[in-house]
Design a protein around this ligand. Sequence first.
Ligand SMILES: Cc1cc2nc3c(=O)[nH]c(=O)nc-3n(C[C@H](O)[C@H](O)[C@H](O)COP(=O)(O)OP(=O)(O)OC[C@H]3O[C@@H](n4cnc5c(N)ncnc54)[C@H](O)[C@@H]3O)c2cc1C
Length: 457
Amino acid sequence: MEQDRDRGRWQHAVVIGAGFTGLLAARVLARRFARVTLLERDRLAPGTTHRSGLPQGRHPHGLLARGAAVVEELFPGIRAELAGRGAPVFDFGEGFATRLPHAWAPRTAVGIEVQSLDLTALESALRGRVRAEPAVRVRDGFVVEGLQLSADRRRAVAVTGRDRDDPDHTAVRIEADVIVDAAGRASRLPGWLAAAGLPRPEQRRVASPLVYSSRMYELPEDAAPGWLVSFEMTFPPLVRRGGAAVTVGPGHRLVSVIAPAGELPPPRDETALREFAGSLHNPLFAQVMAQGRPVTPVYRCPVGGNRWFRYDRLRRFPDRLLVLGDAFCAYNPVYGQGLTVAALQAELLGRLLARAGEPAGVAARFQRRAARIALFPWLTATAADQGWTTSRPGPLVNWARRFLGRVLLRVPGDPELYTHFARVQNMLASPLVLLRPSLLHRLLRPARSPQGDGPAQ
Ligand SMILES: Cc1cc2nc3c(=O)[nH]c(=O)nc-3n(C[C@H](O)[C@H](O)[C@H](O)COP(=O)(O)OP(=O)(O)OC[C@H]3O[C@@H](n4cnc5c(N)ncnc54)[C@H](O)[C@@H]3O)c2cc1C
């Protein structure tokens, strides 16, 4: 029986992966299910920060204002908790020193509050909250190896896997009323569907051959004032290298340079890092390196390109199975969209579950609507990344690329346009607002040479 009548809840949900997406999914599922099991292949001993399943945890992350709002709604007080541990909250326009392809973005308040943070700190705070949910059990060190469907292959019924530390490698089967794949880029779902005789989803890919090289620096708190996050945006073929630096706690900045693999070796040590930083338009990364003391090795991470598994388009997709976050659609991270898209998808899942009379049928509705959330971020990232290839883009991507190029050209000299663009960047407004006549007019008027505020130093 699915419904736990005493509690008005459904019985059991399983989530594969306890990364950012899995944690948010577990939170919304716990409102509707009597039991939620979060399966994670890494060991998550108390105090775990860096782990092999989270290679991106060594690299700068920005959580856009819209994503942060969803996280705060799901976990009230989390922003203050992180602020208490040193993650600053500030106005996006004032705290971000952004070097766009042609010039600096204006430095002016835009009325958008953001927080600069470290992904591992965010994850461990979320994990603490999720572990405290009476309905949730986190089963770490458990590798999911397969998916089982009903005899007619119309619904997902169980996952199979093993405890990593079990010397006998005993196979374990876990039944569930709903199964959520939040395994990130490591998701094996396409193969599991094929093994069950179902079609694989079409895979859209747009390459972005970038590699992050990152290192944490400790520096006096009054060093490098005037900015909390700095960024140099890539926009190929015009701008092929970039960088990012985020304040992750008092006196700590995580700095990254972003190199096109194949064209030049991504830096591996301090000398190469400094040399690369010195070649950028943005001097702030080199400034942190000069003033700070490195406190970690240099970590490298390829971004993995843009990849979208079109589960939303499959005619035969099992019910009770949902795919969220990077497992569904993963982006070139230089545009900072992945966490926010995942948060919006978790929020959507919560809304659909709250309205549904039973778990049946939620999956297809979810996947279609999750695709709508993924679409604009996909267009933005792939329009920009089209510049890495020589292949001709389709008409929509071509148009989006030219439009984005025009926006990036005009934003530096136009603080009002920047205010609207900052809302779009933070996913607080649809990119379509930039097509309003009043803004379109600003975009289309003849160009002066692009100008913008230089970095505050
Ligand atoms: C260098 C870099 C910088 C980035 N910067 C930004 C940024 O500034 N802003 C932004 O929004 N996004 C950024 N991203 C993207 C962001 O990190 C991802 O979108 C986000 O972390 C995805 O979360 P997820 O939970 O979907 O996947 P993941 O974080 O990959 O989590 C998946 C989890 O599933 C577990 N797992 C996988 N397979 C199994 C299995 N078979 N059994 C059990 N467990 C399993 C893994 O161990 C992992 O813990 C960046 C990414 C990179 C690489």
